[in-house]
Design a protein around this ligand. Sequence first.
Ligand code: AQP
Length: 332
Amino acid sequence: MGEQQTKKMALSLVQPSGDLTIGNYLGAIRNFVALQDEYTCFFGVANLHAITVTQKAADLRRRTREVLATFMACGLDPARTTLFVQSDVHEHAELAWVLNSITSVGQLQRMTQFKEKAATHADNLNSALLTYPVLMAADILLYQTDYVPVGEDQKQHLEFTRDTAERFNSRYSDTFKLPEPLMPKISARVMSLKNPQIKMSKSDPDENAYILIRDDADAIRRKIARAVTDSEYHFAYTEAQPGLKNLIDLYASFSGFTPQDVVEKFRDGNGYATFKAALAELIVEKMTPIRERFLQLMDDTAELDAIRAAGAEAASRVARRTLSKVYRKVGF
Ligand code: AQP
């Protein structure tokens, strides 16, 4: 008991909105693994968030299981860490409703991700796309979270969460802890392999833009070989060569080298081909054991179901405590 209470709380969720990419791995999941000993950890599958974009029910159900299996394949250990599915814990939706009542529409309309998604999903501009950050604030605040390990794209949502917590605390009384982001130093923002101006996203319509955690060695080699670079043929780590810079960052993240070390190692190579081939082999080496473990876990339905059920129970216990406090304060 003492240990649970003195350790700080870390929480993060991942959407089952597509097959997970190495962006999700390097920006988020790999960092979750490193936190397991130091913090009390809760990691979830954000299936409520995923329906802000149209999903086929069977695909969403399958991907929800796949995210759980990916968490474990990457090294999250259900004996030390709570792994859960967001829709199994009804408190998330209930707290989001309360937080909606203290959130201004203008603030939501100014969020970068809303503006981007509104542009790409103009045919399905549903109100959940607008209120997405409110649900994300509920996800985090329910667990009295200290740290949220996320990629850089989520920084603005985290600031929104802190604003919302402060507003509730000052309108009612001190209820929520203010969470801090935890971002990796390299690969906080892995860029698309086809357009290094935009981030690598699992819902990108071009499958060559990303490497999936479940991609096999041939797919990895093919996608790296086709990755956009430039025609400078000058091996340097600079904003002026964003495609190459992204690949150098990937090499640095997977190898533990600094980007400058990577430049030293490959600057005398013959064009970019030698570097690309070495990068592909490095990714294959690091991702193959994860992929194999993922495939094994997906075969064991009973184990995944048991982990999901235990996670739902553990998460609900914590979430219930915060929600009942909130309900009392607002007068329910
Ligand atoms: N390209 C990225 N680089 C670094 N980190 C990233 N993350 C996502 N893309 C990158 C981090 O992965 C975690 C889970 O993300 P998510 O699934 O909740 O949603 P997202 O950020 O919207 O991820 P995607 O892949 O871009 O999904 P879609 O295409 O469905 O919107 C988060 O911590 C995120 O920062």
